[in-house]
Design a protein around this ligand. Structure first.
Ligand code: FES
Length: 263
């Protein structure tokens, strides 16, 4: 998780009892990864700037109050980090429970089944049941958008399949903003934004009602690659299922080494 930092200076810290030395500025999450300790995460990826929104990657740091997000916390000399404590297990399970309470439970028929980070993380934190009911206005809150005039009657947000290459299903969105950041950081386009608050928050490709096709989206697919659920899905994946193999080609044109994936 979280992009690597380059620095001449190094920092030595202890994570779950193991000493590790990493470049200054490295996140606690990335330092843990170098030890082979995988901290649960949803909003962090290897190639996007850390965002710190999902709170799943919380850790305990001796001498520090609270449970900071490991993806946004830089290492410091002598830091003593704990990634697996009863308090953290309970916290992560509680966070996942809230995510799942607002998510369709159609994993078996979902196009992302077996290739879904939300599903993986639910398993990783040991979530077996959800105690919360879906919010009263809808079985699946992200299907809906409250009207701007304050009318309590929610308005149905249909699945957006206006783009020829992918679909956007708001009911499966966990608002991790990975797609928004990929659009900005990978593509340099600012087609997506987060709209609304709480249960009403959702990814938007423009003003309410605007579709992906009518937005500034250039169909690069960076958002689809970044999505950890089935919210943004390639149409081919929906029709034929998740591919079981990929071919990676490295461009020979210059020395940069850009890779392209084909399925
Ligand atoms: Fe760190 Fe989401 S992975 S807050």
């Amino acid at each position: 998780g979280t992009p690597a930092r380059t620095s001449q200076r190094t920092v030595t810290l202890t994570i779950d009892g193991f000493p590790v030395t990493v470049p200054e500025g490295t996140s606690v999450m990335r330092a843990s990864n170098t030890l082979g300790i995988a901290i649960p995460k949803l909003c962090a990826t290897d190639n996007l700037e850390a965002w710190g929104s999902c709170r799943l990657c919380a850790v305990e740091i001796e001498g520090r109050r609270g449970t900071p997000a490991s993806c946004t916390t830089p290492v410091t000399e002598g830091m003593v980090v704990h990634t697996q404590t009863p308090k953290l297990h309970k916290l992560r399970k509680g966070v996942m429970e809230l995510y799942i309470s607002d998510h369709p439970l159609d994993c078996l028929t979902c196009a992302a089944n077996g290739d879904c980070e939300l599903q993986d993380m639910a398993g990783a934190v040991g979530l077996r049941e959800v105690r919360y009911e879906a919010p009263p206005q809808a079985p699946l809150a992200n299907h809906f958008l409250r009207r701007q005039d304050g009318d309590a009657n929610p308005q149905f947000i249909p699945k957006d399949d206006s783009n020829p290459y992918f679909t956007y299903d708001p009911s499966k969105c966990i608002v991790c903003s990975r797609c928004v950041r990929a659009c900005e950081e990978v593509q340099g386009t600012f087609a997506l934004t987060i709209q609304g608050r709480g249960f009403d928050s959702r990814v938007s490709a423009g003003m309410a009602g605007d579709s992906f096709l009518s937005s500034d989206c250039v169909s690069c697919g960076a958002c689809v690659q970044a999505c950890p659920t089935a919210t943004l899905q390639e149409k081919s994946v929906i029709e034929i299922g998740t591919p079981d193999r990929k071919v990676v080609t490295t461009c020979a044109y210059c020395g940069v080494g850009c890779s392209f994936e084909a399925e």
